[in-house]
Design a protein around this ligand. Sequence first.
Ligand code: GLY
Length: 414
Amino acid sequence: MNKTMRFKMLLLIGLISFVGCKNSNKTNKTETISVSENTIDIDLQKQINDCINQLEIAVPKLTDLTKHPRLIDTDSTEWKQVNNHKLIWTSGFYPGVLWYAYNVTGNKRWKDEAIKRTEVFEDFKNITEHHDIGFMMFPAYGLGYQIGDKKEYKDILLTSAASLASRFNPKVGTIRSWSNKMHPRWQQHITIIDNMLNLELLFWAAKNGGDKKFYDIAVKHSETTMKNHFRDDLTSWHVLEYDSINGNILNRHTKQGYADDSRWSRGQAWGVYGYIMVYKETKDKKFLDFAKKITDKYLDLLPEDMVPAWDFDVQNDPKEEKDASAAAIVASALLDLSTLVEDKADQDRYYNAAVKMLKSLGSENYSAVGKADSFLLHSTGAKSLGHEIDVALIYADYYYIEALSRLKKLKAKK
Ligand code: GLY
């Protein structure tokens, strides 16, 4: 190679590295995650052991079977317990945590404890006052059926699905989430984004001997919500008020977000989890496309530590509290998504984002180890209502241990 050719070659190499450099500077957060694919890992067994050690501390203190642990206040170290009541949506998460503890350890002690805490609210199967029956029954009886092999829970779950389905209004095309008596500000047919999670009970029931209409209702609800509940920028409103006679949209509000038009973080998380689950159940590509789009939007909005502020529209203010529950919900969902997408780059991107979230949640910044009886700290339930601000929440722990259990399965497969 003569001097001129060598010079041209060097020039070309220089140009290629310059362009490469420029592009890598421009990569957005999700691409960065993909690039660092091989560097992202966590000490999964340690994070699981941390959870189990926390349960060893908490469980002996939680002896009242009429109550369940709901939150740990900022200045406290022990769970505040609330009644297992048909209007309290969080009743199922503590038994769910125990089912997952059994799942990740195989230790029958957790199964026995889970059974004890599950079988105290069988009568909730008849709840028709609100949509939360899915949140309440599936983590308890659904996981008992799946993880604990408690086949006798089947009828309870089928009855629960029928109760939930009774709230479907075909003129609107969605399940009515709340009743006016509970939330008098809204007078008509209310559907909230959180409702997506309750659909899992309907899909399960349709597959397990229940009425096939449960499947149709879940699909119709997903289609209507996809059409009406999301802004052009792919973020969602919290509350939609429909006319119950003609299905017209009357209003779009928030209850737990910063403002009617803001992007409440856990609402986005419910949407992400919901549509990934709906695709898993239906295998309808339109739901996968949508799940990917809203997931990518969520990832784009995240701060460096992968845990959002309680509302994305207050996130620039460092004084605003975090919501670790949103991160736990999304981490769990992304592990599923990583197995559902076909493209290898997408698989890695979603897997790595989930692992990064779990690593952050298990770190000194969010772990409750040595500080309180929960798995995680720094969640926010409803700042707009003035409560559950920067606390531990039982559903943050539930989705966190669900994610760890999913990761354990994925790693075993790999
Ligand atoms: N109702 C569910 C939530 O507060 O996110």
